[in-house]
Design a protein around this ligand. Structure first.
Ligand code: TMP
Ligand code: ASP
Length: 227
């Protein structure tokens, strides 16, 4: 977790932490820095709404209790040091790597893993590397993959109803009592959202690519999920 954008505090109970969402924004492994006013509130509230929806559909998450606009109590987890990325439509690094035009609908959703290591620039890693390095067991890897695709189906359907295409997203998973649970935010920082009618970008790409109207689209996404 990039500590700049979220702060994590211990509580008196080692089973729980408090995550505090800030307005600081970084991109490209911290190379680009800025502030997105109101982002912390949007990400906190939106992530919690998403976690509740996923919990209702059988996905266990770290969410315990929203304390206020920016702070949430979460379960203490042992983070699996992987960024798990799902893509429904080509964009970003996928488009660049494979020379596929952004917006090309993929024939099926894809999954990719990146090793969480800032010094190495979060390199992509495959299933065999994950097993070879002991980052997860075979059973965990299977669970993580299945869970991530299920999360994709649930999120895709949810966003479709509010006029948003889920292009891709990144999640992190963690272990609690030997079980794998969702342990990260789901927000415009970590997903690509395009308006279903106009394809307008409603996510952090507006910040990454200096497209303007950054604050407005974060508010727009919160408005759509709270309607
Ligand atoms: P990418 O196209 O840059 O690989 O990004 C894929 C998705 O993952 C996109 O929705 C943004 C999200 N993401 C993060 O949340 N954190 C990161 O550090 C990166 C590189 C991507
Ligand atoms: N937040 C990540 C960073 O700090 C990357 C991104 O979202 O583009 O580099």
């Amino acid at each position: 977790m990039k500590e700049k954008q979220k702060k994590v505090y211990r509580t008196e109970d080692p089973k729980y932490y408090i995550v505090s969402y800030k307005d600081d924004a970084t991109a490209f492994n911290g190379e680009k820095k800025g502030t997105i006013v109101g982002k912390g509130v949007v990400n906190n509230r939106m992530s919690n709404i998403m976690c509740k929806m996923l919990e209702e559909n059988g996905i266990e998450t770290h969410l315990v209790e929203e304390l206020n606009d920016r702070d949430t109590v979460v379960k203490a987890v042992e983070i699996v040091p992987l960024e798990v990325i799902v893509r429904n439509v080509a964009a970003g690094s996928f488009s660049k790597r494979f020379g596929i035009e952004e917006g090309t609908v993929l024939k099926n959703p894809t999954i990719e893993f990146c090793l969480k290591d800032d010094a190495l620039g979060d390199p992509m890693i495959n299933d065999y590397h994950i097993l070879a390095l002991g980052i997860a067991t075979e059973e965990e890897l299977k669970t993580m993959t299945e869970m991530t695709f299920k999360i994709n189906e649930l999120l895709k359907a949810y966003f479709e109803k509010i006029g948003v295409k889920l292009i891709d997203f990144k999640i992190e998973l963690g272990r609690v009592d030997g079980k794998i649970i969702l342990a990260d935010e789901i927000s415009p920082d970590t997903c690509r959202f395009w308006d279903a009618e106009t394809n307008k970008k409603l996510d952090k790409d507006r910040f990454r690519r200096d497209l303007g109207g950054v604050e407005e689209v974060y508010q727009e996404m919160l408005k759509r999920v709270t309607k």
